[in-house]
Design a protein around this ligand. Structure first.
Ligand SMILES: O=C(O)C1=C[C@@H](OP(=O)(O)O)[C@@H](O)[C@H](O)C1
Ligand SMILES: C=C(OP(=O)(O)O)C(=O)O
Length: 433
């Protein structure tokens, strides 16, 4: 994050009421931006994410020869390169976005150019060997610096592989699928944990054929993509902050419309119900394979219970774990999170930062290498919160602050703009003091 540091004061609230339309899903926006950039024709994307990260992907597509027109009302038109990226004039700047760097690496590796991919300080600390390995197996020549960006890709023809993803990562899966789309032969892969399947839906929407046999996904190389018109569903990972905030007040009532409810992304809703939240699905429809719905959330009369989150579930709600940890002290039985070591290599070490900020607010907890155990029934006080310039930490602790006994100061609050620039405005309008 390079913008000017800002601090937000969050005061304790009494309730949360109202309805909300969150901006377009970050994961889907990345994929539509990239596939539109390689497709033939002009894709018209509505409700594109307002977060800085998917705009990093758009910027990279422009550098690779696509034309991008950003409309006023969250519409983006991308005229693609019909399968041929150009040699970019400079480095591809992925900003703060792991998704951009990892997924784009697979998309560009088959092209006969030399690419350099760079990112900000946080992105430069994140592991990139995980994409180098399968892409190298396909024949790509990729240089990293000690396992990290800057990444240099000496692009050229790739051949198909059979790949078993060792870590649950939709970004790695996507890098392999995007490379496989352009490789010689049929690439297949299987995942130990089934991660978000937006890439599979997006590839099909742009005209590619993908097959699934049991847990194995296959994609034949040499397929050409065609532009689409699409509306990006609202981002459930952004909505998560408001869903969890609503759980903190017995008389809250929140309606979320046009929200993405893809089953591989929606496990948070099951956790909320297990915790004692009530979710009513008011309407649901499908668009390009993605479920979009309207939901209403409030708290059941018994209040919030507790939850144990581990195994595949931790991978499926990895981005929502910080906010669940932040509300854990206010539950009755607490929340335990295990098998979430990946949190340590996100935009920050999210386990360490959650621990630091819970401690600052006076909470008790146990920190593990792969998670946290946070007892319930605790009273938290105001503190200075260190976001670590990590968007999800800034927003998670803004939610924790709503039930503290005094105001909290969120330092590095501008990080929210990475995925959800409107977050503080919406929080202000929905919360009643
Ligand atoms: O595919 C995606 O859009 C994402 C996958 C997850 O990362 P990993 O693939 O590293 O698990 C997630 O944390 C990230 O916010 C977005
Ligand atoms: C981890 C995240 O994103 P990325 O990996 O794309 O930086 C996130 O948004 O929480």
């Amino acid at each position: 994050m390079s913008s000017i540091a800002t601090t937000q004061i969050i005061r304790p609230a009494r309730t949360l009421q109202g309805s909300l339309t969150v901006p377009g899903d970050k994961s889907i926006s990345h994929r539509y931006a990239m596939l539109a950039g390689i497709a033939e024709g002009t894709s018209k994307l509505s409700n594109f994410s307002t977060g800085a990260d998917p705009h990093s992907s758009l910027g990279c597509m422009e550098a690779l020869g696509a034309t991008v027109v950003r409309g006023a009302d969250k519409t983006v038109e991308v005229t693609g390169t019909a399968g041929s990226f150009i040699q970019p004039a400079g480095a591809l700047d992925c900003g703060n976005s792991g998704s951009t760097m990892r997924m784009l690496a697979g998309l560009i590796a088959p092209h006969p150019h030399t690419f350099t991919m760079i990112g900000d300080h946080s992105l430069t600390m994140r592991p990139m060997e995980r994409i180098r390995k399968p892409l190298m197996q396909m024949g790509a020549k990729i240089d990293l610096v000690d396992g990290h960006a800057p990444i240099t890709i000496h692009g050229g023809p790739l051949t198909a592989i059979d790949f078993d993803t060792p870590i649950p990562s939709a970004q790695v899966k996507t890098a392999v699928l995007f490379a496989g789309l352009q490789a010689e032969g049929t690439t297949s892969l299987s995942e130990a944990v089934r991660t978000r399947d937006h890439s599979e839906h997006a590839l099909r929407a742009f005209g590619a054929t993908l097959t699934r046999t049991g847990e194995r996904l296959s994609i034949a190389g040499g397929q050409k993509l065609k532009a689409i018109e699409a509306t990006v569903p609202g981002d459930l990972s952004s909505a998560a902050f408001f869903l969890c905030a609503a759980l903190l007040f017995p008389d809250s009532n929140l309606v979320l419309d046009s929200i993405g409810m893809n089953p591989t992304r929606a496990a948070l809703l099951d956790v909320i119900v297990a915790l004692g939240g009530r979710i009513k699905v008011l309407q649901v429809e499908e668009h390009h394979g993605e479920m979009i719905g309207t939901i209403q959330v409030n708290v059941a009369p018994g209040g919030l219970k507790g939850a144990e989150i581990s195994g595949a579930l931790s991978a499926q709600i990895i981005d929502e774990l910080p906010v669940l940890a932040a509300i854990a002290p206010y539950t009755r039985d607490g929340i335990t999170i295990r098998d979430a070591k990946e949190l340590r290599v996100k935009e920050s070490d999210r386990i360490a930062l959650v621990a630091k900020n819970l401690k600052a607010m006076g909470a008790e907890f146990t920190e593990y290498e792969d998670g946290l155990a946070i007892p319930g029934n605790q009273k938290l006080h105001g503190a200075v919160i260190d976001s670590g310039f990590d968007h999800r930490i800034a927003m998670a602790f803004s939610v924790a602050a709503l039930r503290a006994s005094s105001e909290n100061e969120i330092q590095g609050a501008e990080a929210a703009a990475i995925s959800f620039p409107e977050f503080f405005t919406y929080l202000d309008s929905l919360c009643q003091c």
